[in-house]
Design a protein around this ligand. Structure first.
Ligand code: HEM
Length: 578
């Protein structure tokens, strides 16, 4: 037989195979034909089983299904309406400002702007303690702005009222189940394991890092001033500086980001700004839609970049730990005083001796980077703004720091100095009151909450604790809009309630990083006031409460270098003390 020529037998076999396949295909039929065949089969079967009348029953069965479904929907709808009516009735004890209209409720009355804040201020002046706020026709929110009313919500004994995720949901792809977003048992276990990371012994060596980061920023400021640029946008400079410090304290990584932001630092800045933009645009609240937009794609790219960085550091550190063994690893770190957050997270163990997974460590490190940079930058920037507005307080702070440091060289703030700056501390606290970086925290009431006056916030409602409202409440703070550091004078006979000043929130879910933040604030402000005079810009300031409190167009201040004889590269002169 020659190659390529098939015998008659072979051709016959092929034909047979083809016919069988066609036959099978014809038997299977198209879907419509299939359905028809199934129905016919069903009717034939029911006929033979004595269910001949079933064919005529089909419309009745369909009708029954329709009736059951619509009854279920009706009952469910009526239950919701009834629940809503009962909720409204129970909420009647809370006063509410006039509605915009019945459909929108109060939606749109508070913008993220200076006007929005002034409106919030007016609410506090009118209602003093608590009011009900409608987000659309269906969603009531209880706003609390008196310290006496926050205890049952934030300090409820035995239970931790969970956070309402309305404001945090967009952060989830970035921060995962880090401390800020996790709940329940996972949060409790992690909070317990992470608390030692903020112990004073761990924070102490970070003070050196804060000094170094602020030195870099000041060198930049001096250069800019020498080139004739004295008006600086504070947030931009200070955010980079806080990111620089955090990257060193968390990862022991120096990316020189204050000179040129690395890809990692740029990604964090981009993520923060994208989250704020998304908050301002309800059209982008739906994940599927957001992921299709260019913003969503940028967000996802930046998330990958940030995760890859933290993951690479964790893997490298695990490798070293495995090579050296825990004892030697810890010994080396203690000797070189370079224990960072990643080390502590890697070595942390829970009550059962279980360690954190790589994914958990990554989520916590990303959370610290997020929660620690903008908040602290906002705190420092507004403190400088307030001291620029009040030269008398600025001079007094400068005097205090000069006396503390004497002729110490190099000019460096040490850990023990942090408790020796009482006036600067008063100025910082007053600034955190007047310009709180975080303006509110929210909770979801998983049970009825009884307020001290007997009123009840019913289960299922969202509760918004307005830090701004509490800090601007005239019933708590006389003339709340005035910057007066003496309110925090420890010799002041008028004692402040611990719940009246809550920039870091209170209770078991308060800010875990508050000592870290306060130490950094003190170091940065002390060195800045020692080296520069800070003056206000001519333009009026317009506050903008996003995730943190910003200035609408950036917080511009004038900085004038003060004479520093110890520094050879000074091209500066002592400035007039207006
Ligand atoms: C001036 C600076 C800061 C302010 C005003 C601030 C404020 C706050 C507030 C109000 C909360 C409560 C949030 C809520 O209940 O929803 C919070 C939580 C948190 N903060 Fe800060 N924070 C600052 C700095 C930092 C720093 C430097 C870090 C870390 C290095 C940090 C890490 C966290 C974490 C992890 C949480 C969540 C704690 C938990 O839920 O258990 N914060 N912060």
């Amino acid at each position: 037989m020659r190659m390529g020529v098939r015998s008659r037998g072979e051709r016959h076999n092929e034909m047979q195979k083809y016919e069988e396949t066609e036959h099978r295909r014809a038997q299977r039929g198209r879907p419509k034909e299939k359905l028809e065949r199934m129905l016919t089969g069903f009717i034939w079967l029911s006929h033979h089983l004595g269910l001949a009348g079933l064919k005529s029953w089909i419309p009745s069965i369909l009708l029954l299904v329709f009736l059951v479904l619509s009854t279920w929907i009706l009952i469910y709808g009526l239950t919701c309406v009834q629940r809503y009516r009962i909720n409204c009735k129970r909420l009647r004890c809370f006063p509410q400002p006039p509605l915009k209209n019945w459909l929108l409720g109060h939606l749109g009355l508070i913008q993220n702007s200076e006007e929005g804040l002034l409106y919030k201020q007016s609410l506090v002046y009118s209602f003093r303690d608590v009011c009900c706020w409608w987000v659309g026709a269906w969603c009531p929110v209880i706003r609390i702005f008196h310290p006496n009313y926050i205890k049952p919500v934030l300090l409820a004994s035995g239970t931790v009222i969970p956070k309402d995720k309305l404001f945090y949901n967009f952060l989830e792809p970035w921060l995962g189940e880090g401390l800020l977003l996790s709940e329940g048992e996972k949060w409790r276990r992690h909070r317990h394991m992470l608390t030692p990371a903020f112990h004073f012994d761990i924070l102490k060596p970070y003070v050196k890092i804060f000094n170094q980061s602020v030195d870099i920023m000041h060198a930049k400021w001096r250069r800019l001033c020498a080139e004739g640029t004295n008006y600086l946008e504070m947030f931009e400079h200070i955010s980079l500086m806080t990111l620089d410090s955090l990257q060193k304290c968390i990862f022991s990584y120096n990316s020189n980001c204050q000179e040129k932001p690395s890809a990692y630092i740029s990604a964090i800045l981009e993520l923060s700004s994208l989250v704020a933009k998304r908050h301002n645009n309800p059209l982008l609240y739906w994940d599927t839609l957001y992921n299709l937009t260019s913003q969503g794609r940028r967000f996802s790219r930046a998330c990958h970049l940030v995760h890859d960085f933290s993951n690479a550091v964790i893997q490298e550190r695990r490798h070293i730990l495995a090579q050296q063994g825990t004892e030697a690893f810890l010994g080396n770190k203690r000797k070189s005083k370079t224990i960072d957050f990643i080390d502590i997270l890697l070595l942390a163990k829970d009550e059962d001796g279980k360690a954190l997974s790589d994914k958990d460590i990554q989520a916590e490190a990303d959370t610290f980077m997020f929660a620690g940079h903008d908040t602290t930058a906002s705190g420092i920037s507004w403190a400088l703004y307030n001291l620029a507005q009040h030269q008398e307080y600025q001079d007094r702070c400068r005097q205090e720091i000069k006396e503390l440091l004497g002729d110490r060289q190099p000019e460096e703030i040490e850990w023990d100095d942090l408790v020796q700056m009482p006036f600067l501390t008063m100025c910082i606290k007053e600034s955190l009151r007047l310009h709180s970086p975080v303006s509110m925290v929210s909770r979801y009431c998983t049970k009825d909450i009884q307020l001290p006056d007997g009123r009840i916030i019913p289960k299922g409602n969202i509760c918004l604790i307005s830090i701004f409202g509490i800090h601007h409440n005239p019933a708590v703070w006389p003339k709340p809009e005035v910057y007066d550091p003496h309110r925090f004078d420890t010799n002041n006979p008028e004692k402040i309630s611990p719940l009246a000043f809550i920039p870091f929130s209170v209770g078991s879910r308060n800010c875990i990083g508050q000592n870290f933040a306060l130490s950094e604030l003190k170091v940065v402000l002390a060195l800045t006031l020692l080296r520069f005079r800070v003056l206000p810009d001519k333009h009026p300031v317009r506050r903008k409460p996003e995730i943190i409190l910003r200035e609408e167009n950036g917080l511009r201040l004038k900085v004038e270098p003060l004479l520093d004889l110890s520094s050879p590269d000074m091209h500066l002169s002592e400035t007039s003390q207006e």
